[in-house]
Ligand binder design. Structure first.
Ligand SMILES: NC(=O)C1=CN([C@@H]2O[C@H](COP(=O)(O)OP(=O)(O)OC[C@H]3O[C@@H](n4cnc5c(N)ncnc54)[C@H](OP(=O)(O)O)[C@@H]3O)[C@@H](O)[C@H]2O)[C@@H](O)CC1
Ligand SMILES: Nc1ncnc2c1ncn2[C@@H]1O[C@H](COP(=O)(O)OP(=O)(O)O)[C@@H](O)[C@H]1O
Ligand SMILES: [Mg+2]
Length: 282
């Protein structure tokens, strides 16, 4: 069994880049979030807001038509582009060229959405974060994994991981199979859990922040937004994944004395991102 390397504050401070005083929104990075379906537009809202609150300059969110007003009303700062279809995504046409794309939260797995994901992957060369239903769609169509740009970041929870790599008999086997998967497809695996591990080539990193307050709807959707935002700001993919999971967990550690485990929600992750970033400035 390979011993994981802890993702500590000391390591994170080596990665963290303070914001340049003369930057502007045009160079802070443009994120595209492709997410949502009828009843799960909240996932697109959470990812998009988390991206904005993690330092990128612009966010454009691509949703089915039913998400248009919800997003425009929920987040004034986000630009919204819609699919031709009402309740789920069928054809991903982006009017902008962003620095990174997060795809999957709340997407659903309709046949037309699967085809749209295939067409998107066939043409895409931009850095990607792949989560939730985009992972489930890849698990159903493993030959499409070859279309991912090198060092794409995949963020499965344990069930999504199992759909991708198959069942495991032991923790050792889980890590061995995840390393083999990461090497085969040249991707970074963020194995979400308690704690979260990151697998990059044959190295395993273990996050040191976070607590059970994160066991709440939408907390993974928020992580997708955070990591996609860091990627857009020029962090290399492994660093975006490491800093992303560290900050995400830190918000729960910061909020816990006020919210307790029970009343912490995914929105509290977003609300505490500022304090998490500030703790890196000290
Ligand atoms: N507001 C919105 O719009 C929201 C929208 N959302 C969107 O919904 C879609 C479906 O996503 P999903 O993750 O809920 O469903 P799914 O992939 O079947 O996994 C569930 C099963 O996985 C397991 N499992 C999960 N975590 C585990 C762990 N830590 N440790 C161990 N097991 C774990 C567990 O399996 P069990 O243990 O029950 O066998 C559980 O039953 C997706 O698009 C997502 O983005 C959500 O984000 C919510 C907010
Ligand atoms: N007990 C726990 N301790 C630490 N982190 C947790 C715990 N439970 C869940 N998390 C974190 O919360 C997030 C859950 O992601 P996910 O299952 O995709 O949620 P959702 O799909 O509802 O957004 C992951 O980042 C995971 O590591
Ligand atoms: Mg999820």
């Amino acid at each position: 069994m390979i011993i994981p390397i802890p993702i500590t504050k000391q390591e994170i401070l080596k990665i963290y880049k303070p914001v340049n005083p003369v930057t502007h929104k045009g160079i802070q990075g443009h994120v595209v979030i492709i997410a949502g379906s009828y009843g799960k537009i909240g996932a697109a809202v959470l990812s998009s807001k988390a991206a904005l609150k993690s330092g990128c300059g612009l966010v454009t969110t691509f949703v089915p038509k039913c998400g248009y007003e919800i997003l425009q009303m929920a987040i004034a700062e986000v630009m919204v582009v819609t699919d031709a279809n009402s309740n789920f995504i069928t054809d991903i046409q982006l009017p902008v060229i962003p620095q990174s794309i997060g795809i999957g939260p709340g997407l659903g797995q309709e046949q037309a959405t699967q085809k749209a994901v295939f067409k998107f992957l066939e043409n895409n060369i931009l850095p990607l974060v792949i989560d939730a239903d985009a992972l489930n769609i890849l698990a159903q169509n493993p030959s499409w994994l070859g279309l991912l740009p090198p060092n794409s970041i995949l963020t499965p929870h344990p069930k999504e991981l199992e759909r991708l790599i198959g069942k495991w008999q032991s923790e050792t086997e889980k890590f061995e199979n995840t390393i083999a998967f990461s090497e085969k497809y040249n991707v970074i695996m963020v194995m979400k859990g308690a704690p979260t591990h990151i697998v990059f080539k044959n190295t395993i990193y273990q996050n040191t922040t976070g607590n059970a307050a994160l066991a709440t709807a939408g907390s993974g959707d928020v992580l997708t937004g955070i990591i996609t935002s860091l990627l857009a700001q020029g962090y290399e993919p492994l660093h975006a994944a490491q800093l992303g999971v560290f900050l995400h967990g830190l918000t729960a550690d910061i909020a816990l004395p006020e919210t307790g485990y029970q009343s912490f929600t995914a929105s509290d992750i977003i609300a505490n991102l500022g304090k998490a970033f500030l703790s890196l400035e000290k």
